[in-house]
Unconditional design. Structure first.
Length: 145
């Protein structure tokens, strides 16, 4: 396997969410709307055509988060989602900066603090209902307890 990436689904908020993630994580953002796609994309109702069919945020040289808006007739539920986006970070300052950014308008589930497995660990659900975990592992541990 070459890699695994996060793919997030939204109900019309993908552009706002990915613009927000870019402001927190930095990087390059690509957005493709349903209306920009071939094969009849131009014949869609405006409410569908303006939605994001594909978003890709590349941050750091090799990190990627992708996502899209669901069609209006097939919404996604963000209640009790069975996942978290987990970021492994280099140091406490970087973790604090990103945690503060993701917390803006969101809800801190667990403040950044030392745990049994990490020098720093915290959990936050952002303003788009996406849960995040942030880790800074002890030097040389690569995330093992």
């Amino acid at each position: 396997m070459k890699s695994a990436s996060v793919y997030l689904l939204f109900n019309g908020e993908a552009e706002q969410a990915f613009t927000f993630y870019k402001s927190v994580l930095g990087g390059e953002l690509q957005l493709v709307r349903y209306g920009d796609m071939g094969g009849g994309g131009g014949n869609l109702p405006e409410s569908v055509a303006k939605r994001v069919a594909h978003a890709a945020l590349t941050y750091l040289p090799d990190r990627l988060i992708m996502g899209s808006d669901c069609p209006p007739d097939n919404p996604v539920s963000h209640e009790k989602v069975p996942f978290s986006v987990c970021l492994d970070l280099d140091d406490r300052a970087e973790a604090e900066r990103i945690f503060t950014g993701l917390s803006d308008g969101g809800k801190v589930e667990m403040a950044l603090d030392k745990t049994e497995w990490a020098e720093v660990f915290g959990m936050v659900t952002d303003k788009f209902s996406v849960p995040w975990m942030l880790n800074v592992y002890p030097s040389g541990s690569a995330g093992t307890a």
